[in-house]
Design a binder for this molecule. Structure first.
Ligand code: NAP
Ligand code: ZN
Length: 352
């Protein structure tokens, strides 16, 4: 065991602050990674503030962070995939049982014995797992990903959650050239969704509540942008979408998007607002539309997504911040004021 530096929340109402946490020494299949960058996902804020208390109550202290890139510093004796000095990445998961049907299918995210990167029982040290707002992390090599060498590391970090969470449902629902795809909410997830939909060849329409983001949406690859609070603009697209990805972090009317789907169209929710969203069944039954959810993606698919990003030179548009600005960044997330992901330069933690 060794001490690592971290930023943690002591309670749902306290700001994140500098702290020291215990990490295990790497043994067996463990890889120790010096964290260089960690993205800030809205899920970090939901959990630091215990907004998912009914499903996933937060244990304190909470060290968020599941968009991790860094360099391997030490490996256990049985590690075969990584050696010290390699670039490496970790996303939302650090363990699963590897034997259940979900794991066998490469869908570790649905394993009933899944261990998430933070705020989940830690099998090794007791207590809960601690995430990437830290100088290092120790993870089984099965859950460690390779980062294509051509990608900027600050912009690659968000691929580990925002990237895979948008890539996976698009692959599952067959987003290809010729399909009309909607992306709702131009935040961290949404802007990655636009980049992937464009790279997959779809006609991509962004729905935003922020008029200030229209030019960016077009620059990111959208073919059209709709201001979602303008009913006339929404109505123009009624019944026309093959697929809509909803990546909104707060309460909003999903029925106004369901009616934009064509027959057999699908709306997938990846956003996880604090309160349930009411659904009108009429919107679904009349055109056999479907509503579904999606959770990150499996390890093999995450590597596939990273390799796709390497081949297409896709990274997240990031605002790099020192860890000392994390509380300010959370307040800006709540105002939808991020273009389009905060990425923490973890070198800033050395001065704490
Ligand atoms: P984010 O960067 O804060 O983006 C959320 C976007 O939602 C905002 O930029 C804004 O876009 C829109 N929005 C915010 N408040 C709104 C409101 N009141 N009404 C309508 N639109 C609003 O968040 P994120 O990191 O992308 O995460 C988005 C959600 O996905 C979060 O709930 C997060 O927990 C969840 N998530 C789920 C998974 C999964 O596996 N399913 C993985 C990661 C994250 P505009 O300004 O364009 O309107
Ligand atoms: Zn996330």
């Amino acid at each position: 065991m060794y001490n690592a530096k971290a930023y943690s929340a002591a309670s749902a109402t306290s700001p994140l602050a500098s702290s020291t946490i215990a990490r295990r020494d790497p043994s067996g299949h463990d890889v120790q990674i010096e964290i260089l960058f960690c993205g800030i996902c809205h899920s970090d804020l939901h959990q630091a503030r215990n907004e998912w208390s009914s499903m996933m109550p937060t244990a304190y202290p909470c060290v968020p962070g599941h968009e991790i890139v860094g360099r391997v510093t030490r490996v256990g004796t049985e590690v075969t995939k990584f050696k010290p000095g390699d670039l490496a990445a970790v996303g939302c998961m650090v363990d699963s049982d590897r034997t259940c049907p979900e794991c066998q299918a490469g869908l570790e995210q649905f394993c009933s014995n899944l261990t998430l990167t933070y705020n989940f029982p830690d099998k090794h040290l007791g207590g809960v797992t601690y995430g990437g707002y830290s100088d290092s992390v120790v993870v089984d090599e099965h859950f460690v990903l390779r980062v294509p060498a051509n990608l900027d590391l600050a912009g690659a970090a968000p691929l580990l959650c925002a990237g895979i969470t948008t890539y996976s449902p698009m692959r599952h629902w067959g987003v290809t050239a010729g399909k009309k795809v909607g992306i709702v909410g131009l935040g961290g997830l949404g802007h990655m969704g636009v980049k992937f939909a464009k790279a997959l060849g779809a006609h991509t329409v962004v729905f935003t509540t922020s008029p200030s983001k229209v030019d960016d949406a077009l620059r990111l690859g959208a073919s059209e942008v709709v201001l979602s609070r303008d009913a006339a603009q929404m109505q123009k697209h009624a019944g026309s979408f093959d697929f809509i990805l909803d990546a909104v972090s707060a309460d909003h009317d999903i029925n106004s998007y369901i009616q934009l789907l064509r027959r057999d169209g699908n709306l997938t929710l990846v956003g996880a607002p604090e309160k349930p969203l009411p659904v009108s069944f009429f919107g679904l039954i009349f055109a056999r539309r479907s509503l579904s959810g999606s959770l990150i993606g499996g390890i093999a698919e995450t590597q596939e997504m990273l390799d796709f990003c390497g081949a297409h030179n896709i990274t997240s548009d990031v605002e790099v911040i020192p860890i000392q600005k994390v509380n300010e960044a959370y307040e800006r997330l709540l105002k939808a004021d991020v273009k389009y992901r905060f990425s923490i330069d973890m070198a800033s933690l050395k001065s704490e």
